[in-house]
Design a protein around this ligand. Structure first.
Ligand SMILES: [Zn+2]
Length: 58
């Protein structure tokens, strides 16, 4: 089982899908992806909240 997050679901116009084994890893990958692809260098509490709303398990 993995956590799956569609980048589009957190508000970016992006087909990226981020997968992780746990929440800690997920947030790390979200931060990396947001920084590399979307020039978002700060993971705000709002972004974290959004991630929690839309993440699902696969
Ligand atoms: Zn993205």
């Amino acid at each position: 089982m993995a956590l799956v997050l569609r980048c589009r679901d957190i508000g970016f116009d992006c087909d990226g899908v981020i997968k992780a084994e746990n929440e800690e890893q997920l947030m790390k990958r979200v931060a990396e992806h947001a920084g590399d692809v979307h020039q978002v260098t700060e993971v705000t509490p709002e972004l974290v909240e959004k991630v929690h709303e839309v993440v699902f398990e696969e």
